[in-house]
Design a protein around this ligand. Structure first.
Ligand code: SF4
Length: 203
């Protein structure tokens, strides 16, 4: 077993356990969008950054393995500032339609904004417009503007449904989730992506 600490609390975990899994096991909350226990690690949302003693940069808890004697902090001002920055970046082009969103308050973006964000918006430009109410097959509708590009649905289709039917296309602020050209969702498992999406992008 490996002995290490999170926020001063001594923990013992199996070798090879990631920090986010260890925290989960001991009831310590680390924010996340892209990480899901049943899926491969993407490490793309950067919400789970934590401070590791003697490491000059914050590290993603989803992709960092606990090591003997490691001292991890999840609730320092530096970590909270980083999470606030990630939220501000995600919300640049995210529509502020919470009152009419299909997620109806069951939204991790909304929850984390209330918990870590609460900043005053500095964004004065126009938000980038993307597809709304797109019929992507099997009765599922996609709102590309609400999608935060965590790729949970993409990985679910590839790894669990074993049917690669979704992908992230384009670059920069035009980047978007979609099905492949001329094709829609086919897999009978595809309805699960509605639940796995942390925001209201899939209904
Ligand atoms: Fe993530 Fe939802 Fe976007 Fe899929 S639709 S990438 S699950 S936010």
């Amino acid at each position: 077993m490996i002995k290490f600490s999170i926020n001063g609390e001594e923990l013992e975990v199996e070798p090879g356990t990631t920090i986010i899994r260890a925290a989960e096991k001991f009831g310590i909350e680390i924010p996340r969008f892209c990480w899901h226990p049943a899926l491969s690690i993407a490490g793309n949302c950067r919400m789970c950054l934590v401070k590791i003693e003697k490491n000059p940069k914050l590290q993603p808890a989803c992709n960092t393995t606990a090591a003997e004697g490691m001292m991890v902090s999840t609730d320092t001002e530096e970590v909270r500032e980083a999470v606030r920055g990630v939220l501000e970046f995600i919300l640049i082009n995210h529509p502020l339609d919470c009152p009419i969103c299909d997620q109806a308050g069951e939204c991790w973006l909304q929850n984390y904004y209330m918990q870590y964000g609460l900043y005053k918006s500095r964004f004065a430009e126009r938000k980038v417009k993307k597809g709304k109410v797109m019929d992507i097959g099997r009765g599922i509708k996609l709102d590309q503007e609400r999608c935060i590009l965590c790729a949970r649905c993409v990985r679910f289709m590839k790894e669990i449904a074993q049917s690669e039917e979704l992908a992230i296309f384009k670059r920069g602020n035009r980047v978007e989730l979609n099905t492949f050209p001329g094709k829609g969702l086919q897999s009978p498992y595809s309805c699960n992506i509605v639940d796995i999406c942390p925001v209201g992008a899939l209904t």
